[in-house]
Ligand binder design. Structure first.
Ligand SMILES: [Zn+2]
Length: 457
């Protein structure tokens, strides 16, 4: 039995019933099921939940005794909880602000409503792609705070001069100057490690702290001032070192990158998840399809709204325009080669900012690839990616992102059909200019691991 605070007030202003004590069994009857993998809804189905798992999915009525809570779905859509495959729950403000104005207490306090807001938007799983989110995973798993399942990466690993070497010009180098005290390293956001030995140490340090996968910076970016976006980052032997250390823990390495040369080097060294990768070309597409490498790209990154984001540092705009130009074939190549593409927002900032970004990402995916592809990426394909964590998977009892016997009971009951109308999940055509987000009223029930966190029926 999870002990949770009764009447827990949600800072995201959701009207939520007090958290229910963990029920022994719940039956959803008369629901149309989107199972995460098939485009057709299964009409008038019944789904039985026992403890944390789905134990029956049936076209017939499931007979249950009086101890089972029965929810009549009245023809609404039952679907898997959404999976975000590239979040940053600890990056609750601009990195430059984090660096200068935040102590660990400031950050931890702001991460609590952040985790709630993801769960209360229907995201029952978040793969956190950089930052100190291991402690939050442990707090959520033990019922201390509300939030999604977390797959934390821990500190972003970067070479000196790489995308996570976020020092100012005036900051000394931790190793060269023998400083041993850099605020962002101390907080667990980044780790600068050069050479095979240091990369091994940094990878193993993250694993020891509870990372379920490793994230490295294998290319430059627009959000950092001193590393050109096209720069190759980490030598093949350094990437291989991280991959080998991760494999020894039965897990994998993901990499931030933008250009094909960076992707070839990373995949050839054993990397399994491309983060961003907008300028991917035909040759890389063929390679990732063959090797089963996942593609974790944000469609918001190709939007015109990004150029106007207040989050962009002044030096970023030109770079964003350039990378968007170099990425004009992205959607066409994805439609042709059908790689394993997951839903990924790369949302940064405070609660409202991240909420707007994920709702825009939902809309944009559905617009470009269709509702089914958008939903599949945010359910079954995301669930498949989480399985790459092997023995490090914190949630081993069942699959995520599907409605089938034996899967985790992470479910949404939605008033409407998201395969036809993405707005019933919050999808919204604007991002930066969107109004302050309100609860998505059409998501009426949110369940994670058999526990109901929202119920407005
Ligand atoms: Zn990111």
């Amino acid at each position: 039995m999870k002990t949770l605070i009764k009447g827990f007030t949600l800072s995201f202003a959701f009207i939520c019933a007090p958290l229910w004590a963990e029920p022994s069994a719940i039956l959803f009857k008369n629901v149309n099921v989107f199972d995460g993998t098939h485009e057709q809804l299964k009409r008038n189905y019944s789904v039985l939940i026992e403890d944390e798992l789905i134990t029956q999915v049936s076209a017939k009525n499931i007979k249950v005794n009086d101890s089972v809570t029965v929810i009549d779905g009245k023809g609404k859509t039952l679907m898997p909880g959404l999976i975000e495959s590239h979040g940053h729950l600890s990056i609750i403000d601009k990195l430059s602000n984090l660096k200068h104005h935040y102590t660990w207490v400031d950050i931890g306090n702001r991460m609590v409503p952040m985790a709630e807001s993801w769960l209360m938007d229907g995201f029952t799983t978040v793969r956190d792609m950089g930052g100190p989110s291991m402690g939050m995973m442990r707090s959520i798993n033990s019922g201390v705070i509300l939030g999604p399942r977390i797959y934390p990466s821990g500190a972003l690993l970067s070479q000196t001069s790489g995308h996570a070497d976020i020092r100012e010009r005036s900051d000394r180098h931790v190793t060269l100057a023998n400083v041993h005290d850099e605020h962002m390293e101390r907080l667990g956001y980044v780790r600068v490690a050069d050479g095979v030995d240091a990369v091994l140490t940094a990878t193993r340090e993250n694993l020891r702290n509870g990372a379920t996968q490793i994230k490295i910076m294998a290319g430059g970016g627009n959000g950092s001032e001193f590393d050109p976006i096209d720069s190759m980052q980490y030598l093949p032997e350094e990437i291989e070192a991280a991959v080998k250390a991760a494999r020894d823990w039965d897990t994998y390495v993901a990499a931030h990158l933008f250009y094909p040369a960076q992707m070839h080097r990373f995949i050839d060294a054993g990397g399994m998840s491309l983060e961003h990768a907008p300028a991917i070309d035909k040759a890389v597409m063929k390679k990732i399809v063959k090797k089963g490498v996942f593609l974790s790209m944000q469609m918001n990154g190709l939007s015109t709204e990004l150029r106007d984001s207040p989050f962009n540092p002044p030096y970023a705009r030109e770079g964003i325009i350039a990378i968007q130009k170099d990425s004009k074939n992205f959607a066409t190549l994805v439609k042709k080669y059908k790689p394993k593409m997951v839903f990924a927002t790369d949302a940064l900032g405070d609660v409202d900012t991240q909420t707007k970004q994920r709702r825009f990402e939902l809309f944009e995916r559905a617009r470009v690839f269709g509702n089914f592809e958008a939903l599949k990426s945010a359910t079954s394909v995301g669930g498949e990616l989480m399985l790459l964590t092997g023995k490090r998977n914190p949630y081993k009892k069942g699959k995520l992102g599907v409605i089938e016997k034996g899967a985790y009971a992470d479910l949404l009951l939605v008033d409407g059909n998201p395969l036809k109308d993405i707005s019933v999940l919050g999808g919204y055509p604007k991002w930066i200019e969107a109004p302050a987000p309100k609860p998505v009223d059409t998501i009426q029930v949110i369940m994670k691991g058999g526990v109901i966190y929202k119920n407005t029926l």
